[in-house]
Design a protein around this ligand. Structure first.
Ligand code: F42
Length: 143
């Protein structure tokens, strides 16, 4: 695998380090919320380096929904561009790591269903959507 380049954001980088160095037994939740987080490992579409992004765990059967919320920031997070360009990822959910393929959710009915799942798993997503005019992108990661 290509060189791993950690996130420039301290709290994100530290979460990835603790999660991975503990084999998925520590650092697996979002700060004070206690809600579960997964780690998505993928390739940077311009640099080709390995990127690791913690995201909230939103499950739909065997699949996972990845939510490009970035706190309702005006722009999509950079990892969204990476996944659009290269849909092959490794997804770590605590101690289990799987190779998965992601696809962006375009169908409005499917999106509505998955958005409801996302908000149920992590209620602040609803408020994040009200902070931005962009539609928050959703991806499904499938085995
Ligand atoms: N972010 C979310 O969007 N949704 C979540 O559910 C979420 C949950 C979460 C839980 C725990 C936690 O610790 C963090 C969480 N985050 C969540 C934050 C998330 O992990 C990301 O930090 C955040 O979404 C921002 O992602 P980003 O990809 O925009 O990160 C920036 C800061 C970043 O790391 N940029 C790097 C950099 O060096 O600037 C990487 C840049 C990159 O990938 N470059 C590409 C390349 O080729 O390497 C080129 C991409 C291009 O086309 O420009």
């Amino acid at each position: 695998m290509a060189e791993y380049v950690p996130s420039p954001s301290d709290w994100v980088r530290e979460q990835v380090e603790l999660y991975e160095s503990s084999g998925g037994t520590k650092g697996t939740t979002l700060r004070d919320t206690g809600l579960p987080v997964v780690i998505v490992t993928n390739v940077g579409n311009r640099t080709g380096v390995t990127r690791k992004t913690p995201l909230m765990r939103v499950k739909d059967g065997e699949s996972y929904v990845l939510v490009g919320s970035q706190g309702g920031a005006p722009k999509d997070p950079v990892w969204v561009h990476n996944l659009r360009a290269n849909p092959s990822v490794e997804l770590r959910d605590e101690t289990v790591t799987q190779t998965m393929r992601v696809r962006e959710v375009k169908d409005p009915a499917e999106r509505a269903r998955l958005w409801a799942l996302a908000v149920a798993a992590y209620p602040p997503y609803a408020e994040y959507q009200t902070r931005t005019t962009r539609q928050i992108p959703l991806f499904v990661a499938e085995p």
